[in-house]
Each structure stands twice: as C-alpha cells, then as structure tokens.
Ligand binder design. Sequence first.
Ligand code: F6R
Length: 261
Amino acid sequence: MRVIILDTANQVAQYAADLLLETVRKKSRPVLGLATGSTPISTYQQVINAVQAGQASFKNTTTFNLDEYIGIDDTHPQSYRHFMKHYLFNHIDIDLANTHLPMAASLDETRLVENAQDYENAIQEAGGIDLQLLGIGENGHIGFNEPTSSLRSRTRIKSLSESTIEANKRFFADGEYQPHLALTMGIETILESKHVLLLATGHKKAAAVKAMVEGPLTAMCPASALQQHAKACLVLDQDAAAQLSLKDYYVWCEKQRQELT
Ligand code: F6R
C-alpha cells in the first residue's frame, strides 16, 4: 500500500482531483469508480473547477458508483444518484447516460439480485474500472461492505450496520426515512479495479486507517482487503494518519520516491 500523508484535508482533495483528472486526460475511454459521503465532496469541487476552466473534459468518461440505497427512487433527494448529480455530474460535461449507480429502487429481492449482476456485467463491458475512488467508514467499511463482509464478495444487497446508520444520520432530517439496506459493489469487485485511491480525513477515521494499513487482513476491517491490491494508494491528512505506528516510514518512502525521475 502506498500511504501519502498530507497536511490538510484540502491538500488531500487536490491530490485526488489531480489523479482523477490525469486518468481522464490520459485514457481515450476512461472508466472511473466514484464514491459518495462527505470526504470526496471537495475533490469533486476541484474537478468541477478544472473542467469549467477547460482543463479537462469528461465527454468520454464512464463512471460507476460504489453503492446506492435500496428502496428509494433515484430522483429522491437522499439517493446517491441525486448526490452525484448535485456534487459533480450537473456541473461537468459528462453524458449522464455514461454514469452508473446500482439500480436499487425496487424492494423485490429477485429484481435486486438481477440488478446486482447487471451492474457487474456493465463494469466488465466497460473494460473494468481504471481508478476507483474510496472513502472509509469509521468501522473500516469500503462501499457498504460492513465488517464481516466476505473478502470475495461481489455487488449485492447489504444491511447497513448500526454504526453506519448512526454515522450517516447527519445527512437526514429529523423523522426523515433513512434506508437500512443498500446495493453495494463487493470487496472483490473493488479489488478488480486497476488502481484504488482511498481518501481519509479527520480524527474520526484514525482508528479505521490504523486497522486498514497496519492491522491484520480481516473481514472485521473490510478496508484491510486493500493490502491485497497491487496499486492501492491511500491519501490521508494528519488527523486521519495520527494512529499509524509507521508514520515516519511512510513519509520517508514518499521522500525517496521524489528522488526518482
Ligand atoms: C460512499 C461509501 C462509503 C463512504 C464512507 C465514508 O459511497 O461507499 O463507504 O465512503 O462511509 O463516508 P464519509 O466520507 O461521509 O465519512
């Protein structure tokens, strides 16, 4: 795992935006995996700024989001489709037909299982994901792969854990319906991405980051599965990196890399 520790959350966002933009510029048909949540919002803002300044175009880009809530329509203000339109898609030149999230509006299990398989097929047909952006839950989840998720899991129905429901309460108004189920890419689906870029900012993520990087490979910390990925890059601010035992070593490694041309 490559661990990059930057001073501020803003620098983390800039680093991530630069990598997303570089992928989009380099590839003729880029395929990006995207995340929702608070962490990537400022990254998306930096991407919007670059696109609006004419520095990059998303015309040929295809996207696949990690997850979507089950049982709410994708026009619902709490849907992740709505989130992505609000924070990114509506402000860049992407063709909405090329933006994908798991189809999760139905409550019919058979339909949801079919939709999960269709999602896997669509990723394959697009040629796989070039760069997957990830956040991390305080409990170590990636996507909605909660602790004890199979490390071989693929896109499927997941029940959210109590701690995730609690952490995401901040997005919902008092008394507003909060879904407890999601369709999420699986851990193996994520591991098949060519590159993975995980962002973590703030002290609330410090314990999960420590478990992901320096803990055992275990389903109890789904993000630890990234230890198995050949090109996983973690970009952290100082708060999120605070519990890492080998912090000085990671900083040293990055300094050494800069000496290479
Ligand atoms: C979002 C997702 C989640 C979040 C994680 C962190 O699509 O799949 O894994 O990345 O819950 O969320 P924030 O960034 O809100 O702390």
